[in-house]
Write a protein that binds this ligand. Sequence first.
Ligand SMILES: [Zn+2]
Length: 80
Amino acid sequence: MTTTLAAIPKLHLSLECGLCGHHRLLPVAALLSGLDPETTVAQVARSARCQGCRGKGYGKAQVVYVGASEYALDGARERD
Ligand SMILES: [Zn+2]
């Protein structure tokens, strides 16, 4: 997938590990605070480390729309 993060700032990335099936949902807005906006979805999936089996890279990546709840989650995270 060659979509860049800059093109989808309000969406989430749904990542699934090809080895253990661990699933992770990442808000693109959070990724943009630490990565180059021109980073592609495929690059994020490849470089993310699986939190389930510690394997490098997620086999499946999908762009998903989560909705307004993402803003509530973002707010909670920023208070940490
Ligand atoms: Zn895994």
